[in-house]
Each structure stands twice: as structure tokens, then as C-alpha cells.
Design a protein around this ligand. Structure first.
Ligand SMILES: [Zn+2]
Length: 265
């Protein structure tokens, strides 16, 4: 019996030859993960690559957690996302919503042409979310490729203010980076800064609210942080990284099982 593919290297499609991809036996049901990240300012204490680093971390660490009979593959990640809300800060790169949509559609079309049946998006940047959702509906309708945005579904039990307004370079991102790339973190520069509550009072909030408003980071934050960054610790980071990797692995298992020929609709 051959061991299941479980390392990043073994699942990474660009590391294979065209003939190896042609011969993969489980393309009809094994999801292909496309990680979508960003390169954008993350306050004075974190590197601009946070979102893209996180996507690669979770893609790598969900693999050993998959059950033995489930496999998935990794497409090259989209590392520059739609980050126009952060362009006022050095280090931010951005692509337009049109470019992101086109990239996703062209990758999806090829994935389908190679013989795969499912594409899973592992998105670690909120600014990409709206574009991804409407583009996946187009991909499913036009190419007949099953698509899903993976959800880790983890409750970090954060303080209420952080839950409401901790949107960026926040407790979680600060905690994660201290574990996965400690040499890139400057905790001596981490500050607590939340958007002015008068700006975001009540039901009108920048994210995850019944009514949202258009914003750029410089409207809401001097430091580029929206959250209580100093409260991010490696101890929390280790727990949350494990839980989030497990949540993504469970999402892949559900998606793969739903794609089997005898799976209930
Ligand atoms: Zn981020």
C-alpha cells in the first residue's frame, strides 16, 4: 500500500511534470486548493506578507491532518490580493478586482481542463472576499467546476471589542506570526489601536455588519493596526494555529467526501 500524499512538496502541482499531473488517479474528487493572500501593511510590528504567509502555513499544516482516505492538491498561490484599502502605506501591493477575478477564472479553467472536479479557495485576506464569492459562482456556472471557500470555523474567544473591531494586524495575526516567523515580528513596536467608535458606532461598521461603509485604513487607524496587537502571544498563537489548521483540514475532508460519486446531494 502506498503512503498517502501528505507533504506540501508531494501535493504541490507545480512541482510535478505534466505527465505526472495527467496520471494522477484521484482528480475527479481531490480538491485543488488555491490560497489567496495579500501583500499589504500590517502595522509597525508585522511584515507586509502576513496574509500570504498564513495561507501557505495553513495549506502546509492541514495536509498531515487529513484522514487517510482523503487527498487534495495545491495550486500556486495568489500572493498579491486586492488591497486598495491599504495603499496609503509603504509596502502594500494591490491588484484590481478585475485582475483577481480573471486570475481565479483562468486558473479554474485550467484546473478543470487538467481533469480536476473541485477547486477550494483558502483565503486569508478579507479584502479579497467579495470578489471571490461572486467569481466562484461564475466559475461553477461556466466551467462546471465545484467550488468552495474553505472555512476553518474556529472561535478564538476574543474580547468583545476585538471581535467587533479587531480587523487588521490584530491579536490573532500578531500571535500567529510570533510562532511562524518570530524573527519578522517587532513586538516592541506593537500598539493597541481600534477605529474611533464614533466612526463605527452601532450597526454601521466596516466589516461583518448588517450595514457597512467604504473605508481605507488611513481613515480608521494611524498606526495601520486595528486591534489590540500587544495581546497577541506565542502561547495563543500555537493554540489558534493548531485549531485553524484542523478546521481547514475538516473543511477539505467534507468537500472531498461531497465530491464522491455516491455522496448524497
Ligand atoms: Zn492580515
Amino acid at each position: 500500500m502506498t503512503a498517502p500524499r501528505r507533504s506540501y512538496r508531494d501535493c504541490y502541482l507545480p512541482a510535478m511534470t505534466a505527465a505526472e499531473i495527467e496520471r494522477l488517479p484521484d482528480k475527479a474528487r481531490a480538491p485543488v486548493i488555491v490560497a489567496t493572500g495579500a501583500i499589504e501593511q500590517h502595522g509597525p510590528h508585522l511584515p507586509v506578507a502576513v496574509d500570504s504567509l498564513m495561507g501557505q502555513y495553513f495549506a502546509e499544516h492541514l495536509l498531515p491532518l487529513l484522514s487517510d482516505d482523503v487527498n487534495c492538491y495545491l495550486a500556486p498561490p495568489i500572493t498579491i490580493g486586492k488591497s486598495n484599502e491599504h495603499v496609503g502605506f509603504p509596502g502594500t501591493l494591490t491588484i484590481s478586482k478585475t485582475t483577481l477575478r480573471r486570475q481565479l477564472k483562468l486558473i479554474a479553467r485550467q484546473i478543470k481542463a487538467w481533469g480536476f472536479g473541485t477547486m477550494a479557495i483558502l483565503n486569508t485576506h478579507g479584502g479579497n472576499t467579495d470578489v471571490i464569492l461572486y467569481t466562484l459562482r461564475e466559475i461553477q456556472a461556466e466551467f462546471g467546476l465545484r467550488t468552495e471557500v474553505l472555512r476553518a470555523g474556529v472561535d478564538f474567544n476574543l474580547p468583545p471589542l476585538e471581535q467587533q473591531l479587531g480587523m487588521h494586524a490584530n491579536i490573532a495575526e500578531t500571535a500567529w506570526l510570533q510562532v511562524i516567523a518570530p524573527s519578522l515580528v517587532r513586538m516592541d513596536l506593537a500598539v493597541r489601536e481600534y477605529p474611533d467608535e464614533s466612526v463605527v458606532a452601532g450597526q454601521l461598521r466596516p466589516e461583518a455588519a448588517p450595514a457597512t461603509f467604504a473605508w481605507v485604513t488611513s481613515d480608521l487607524s494611524q498606526s495601520g493596526i486595528m486591534g489590540d496587537a500587544p495581546r497577541g502571544t506565542p502561547e495563543k498563537g500555537r493554540v489558534w494555529l493548531k485549531a485553524t489548521s484542523r478546521g481547514y483540514a475538516e473543511a477539505i475532508v467534507r468537500l472531498e467526501k461531497a465530491g464522491r460519486p455516491n455522496a448524497p446531494e
